[in-house]
Structures are given as structure tokens and as C-alpha cells.
Design a protein around this ligand. Structure first.
Ligand code: PLP
Length: 424
């Protein structure tokens, strides 16, 4: 029998409804995700999502952009204010898109750049099979100390002098401690290297004046997603020095974006305002929650990396779970109990399929109002699944009970229910 249009649409709606139910009843601990405020969610459904506004504020290729200009201008002004940036571009539609634009703006085919490898924490867009590959760049290793889970500063300085890279790429996806931007600056100047800091994971912490301040420490350019610790709509942003304005803007439009996503720009502007007001309180709570979760897990018998240096300064913690079957098995077992995490490669891993670890992020739970005592409860739930091997369905009931008190978005002006949606 043929399915009617109504049935097909109802089928899609039913999947979305189930997705919402899953997240209402789950602990979302993927380190790259977050929830937006009600205002932002409503803006994402505004007429802005239908429009085109190619070009710059005040110089568009289409008519009808009068108010879009006002919105984009506000996003730029608020971002400059919050991050102390000389120039801002809010058009890239994802973090990878921002990295493509930045790397095309700052390098030429055949140049060498220095970056981390993926097992050491780099994002795929820093690796040869992504942006550096399509730009035909030669990748030099940024030396990494896997005991400290950070860049080895002395070796880095030596390597910059020896390899004379055109660009040094900081920032990571497994990102526990601030990168040595300041230490690289003087040496970079000696060899004429630019510094690009990819802040995708930690942008909300930077907004809250925590973790590090890459522009003041010497980065020429900062790229970032706007939806990880920075709790805005999906999208990206580039901050840079005034002298790079022309190259960056051209690399974004017309280089790598035609129409940017105007509803996301409006949502970004609102999130910037939220972070001006609540950013410090939010970032402080994230750091405290991450440290506490790490400490509790460590006390329960987990091999949480970097105990000797307080586990983490970011929203993430890294747990080696080889003795419990590896990252793939553990992440899947936790999912059965509605604890959503991801397997993660660590520096000593070779294959991405079953890596040693899991990565846990607390930024979204923090945005939903969780504090230190909830971190304690979550550590106990994780132990029950992974170490005690209790039936996941029993743990799931406890997860649901805990989570149902934390469905409202905090650190914003309209603390709505994150999963409520009028059409579902
Ligand atoms: C997530 C991430 C990106 C890519 O962001 P998208 O918005 O998913 O394209 C870039 N760099 C780093 C370090 C990341 O972690």
C-alpha cells in the first residue's frame, strides 16, 4: 500500500519526537555539543532562514537586506566587544568551513605548516586528508608530550626554528590544557610564521575569560565553531587582526561561502549577549564541574588522564578504558544507559575503530544547570555501568530520574525547556 503524504510526514515527526524524548531522558556528554536558549531556538525558525545576503554589511548583491545588515552588524560588534577582537567575520557556516577559509587565506600551495596529529588531539580538519591536503600543504609535527597531554614547549621552539613553518596551528578536539601560544609567538616572529588558534572546543570558556586568551597571547587569527562550549547555534566565526581583514573576508566570501546562514547569525548575536552577561559564571562552573567529575571518576577506580595536574582546565576529561574493553565498547554500553559519550583516540593509539579512551564533556550538563553534586551522581552511574556491570536498563532508570530535573537552559534570559517544541 502506498503511504500518504500525511503518513510520510508523520513518520518524520515521530522520529524527531523520539529523538527529543531520548535527549530529555539522557545525559548528553559529547564535548562538542550544547543547547541554545529559547530565544535562539525561535530565531532559527524565523524568516531569516529563507533569505540570501551575499556580500558584506551595507554592500549586498540582493535587495531586501536592510534588517539583515543590522543583525549581522550587531553580531560583529558584540563579538568584537566580548573577545576584544580587531576584526570579526560571522559568515562561516561551520568550524571546518572557517578553517578552510583561514588556511586558504594564510597559506599558498606547497607551504609547510605545523600542527598536531589526530591521536594527539587535532581535529580532522588539521590533518592531511582534510584541509591541509586539499590546500597541498606540507604538515610538520607539533611536538606533543603525552604524559602532560600538551605540546612540548622546548621541542616546539626548536622545531619552529628548524622547520620555519609558514603557519602554526594550535587548538584541538581533545583539549585538556591551554596551548603554549605565548611561548610560540617570539619564535614564530623570528621565522615569519603566522599563528592560527582553532578555538572550536573552548570558545565558550574563552568568552567567559577562562582557559586562555589566544588573541592577547599572540594568535593572529582565531577560528571557532559557535555551538560547542560556546552555546550558540551551529555555525562558526573568525576573529583576526585588522591587518588580515581583507584576506580573511575574501577567503570567506566569495572564497568558501556564498550565502551564509542568516538565522544562525541572529542566534549568534543573541548568544554573544548571553555570554556577555553570564559567560564568566558559566565558564567557571564548567571548569569546576569537569574537575569534580574527573576526581570522582578517579576515586571510583577509573584511569582519568593527567591526575598529576588536576585532570583538566577545560570542559573535557579523558578516561583510558582499555581495562574495561576499550573506548568503543564502553561508549556503547553507556549509551544503553542513556549516557551519551564518544570513543576517543589517545596519543598512543594507532587505529580509530577501538581506541583506548572515552572523552566526556560537561558543558551541556552545565548549561542545563548541573553542579558539583550532580557530577558526583554521574560518576557513580558511570561506575555502575562500566566497572560494576549492572544491567544498563536499571542504570537508565536512575539516569532518567536525575536528568528530568535538568531540562531547562540556564545562563540566558529565558530559561525555557530545552526539548519543548510547539509542533511536536
Ligand atoms: C569541532 C571542531 C571543528 C569543526 O567544527 P564543525 O563546526 O563541526 O565544522 C574544528 N576544529 C576543532 C578543533 C574542532 O573540535
Amino acid at each position: 500500500m502506498m503511504m500518504s503524504m500525511q503518513d510520510k510526514i508523520e513518520g518524520i515527526m515521530e522520529s524527531v519526537r523520539k529523538h527529543h524524548d531520548l535527549y530529555r531522558n539522557a545525559l548528553p556528554m559529547i564535548a562538542s555539543e550544547n543547547v541554545t536558549s529559547k530565544t535562539v531556538r525561535m530565531l532559527l525558525a524565523s524568516d531569516l532562514s529563507h533569505r540570501y545576503a551575499e556580500g558584506e554589511v551595507g554592500a549586498r548583491f540582493y535587495q531586501g537586506c536592510k534588517y539583515i545588515d543590522e543583525i549581522e552588524e550587531k553580531a560583529i560588534v558584540y563579538a568584537k566587544e566580548l573577545f576584544g577582537a580587531e576584526h570579526v567575520n560571522v559568515k562561516p557556516i561551520s568550524g571546518v568551513n572557517a578553517n578552510i577559509a583561514a588556511l586558504f587565506a594564510l597559506t599558498a600551495s606547497g607551504d609547510n605548516i605545523m600542527a598536531l596529529s589526530v591521536p594527539e588531539g587535532a581535529h580532522i580538519s588539521h590533518a592531511k586528508y582534510s584541509v591541509p591536503g586539499i590546500r597541498n600543504l606540507k604538515l610538520e609535527d607539533l611536538p606533543f608530550d603525552s604524559t602532560e597531554m600538551n605540546i612540548d614547549v622546548d621541542a616546539m621552539k626548536r622545531e619552529i626554528k628548524a622547520k620555519k613553518p609558514k603557519l602554526i596551528l594550535f587548538g584541538a578536539s581533545l583539549f585538556l590544557f591551554p596551548h603554549p601560544v605565548q611561548e610560540a609567538r617570539a619564535v614564530a616572529d623570528d621565522v615569519g610564521a603566522k599563528i592560527l588558534y582553532d578555538g572550536a572546543h573552548v570558545f565558550g570558556l574563552i568568552a567567559g575569560k577562562r582557559f586562555q586568551d589566544p588573541l592577547r597571547e599572540g594568535a593572529d587569527i582565531v577560528t571557532s565553531s559557535t555551538h560547542k562550549t560556546f552555546p550558540g547555534p551551529q555555525g562558526a566565526i573568525i576573529l583576526c587582526k585588522e591587518e588580515l581583514k581583507a584576506e580573511i573576508d575574501e577567503a570567506v566570501f566569495p572564497g568558501t561561502v556564498s550565502n551564509h546562514h542568516l538565522h544562525h547569525v541572529a542566534g549568534l548575536a543573541v548568544t554573544l549577549v548571553e555570554m556577555m552577561q553570564f559567560g564568566e559564571e558559566y565558564a567557571t562552573q564548567i571548569q569546576s564541574n569537569a574537575k569534580r567529575l574527573a576526581q570522582y571518576l578517579y576515586e571510583q577506580g577509573f584511569d582519568v588522564l593527567c591526575e598529576h595536574k588536576g585532570f583538566t582546565e577545560s570542559h573535557q576529561i579523558a578516561v583510558d578504558v582499555r581495562s574495561f574493553g576499550g573506548g568503543d565498547k564502553v561508549a556503547k554500553d553507556l549509551e544503553k544507559a542513556n549516557i551519551i559519550t564518544n570513543k576517543n583516540m589517545f596519543p598512543y593509539d594507532k587505529a580509530p575503530e577501538n581506541p583506548s579512551g572515552i572523552r566526556l564533556g560537561v558543558q551541556e550538563l552545565t548549561r542545563l544547570g548541573m553542579k558539583e553534586s550532580e557530577m558526583h551522581a554521574i560518576a557513580a552511574l558511570i561506575k555502575r555501568v562500566v566497572i560494576d556491570e549492572v544491567d544498563e536498563n536499571r542504570v537508565k532508570d536512575e539516569v532518567i530520574e536525575l536528568k528530568n530535573n535538568f531540562c531547562h537552559v540556564h545562563y540566558c534570559f529565558d530559561e525555557g525547556d530545552a526539548y519543548e517544541n510547539p509542533i511536536l
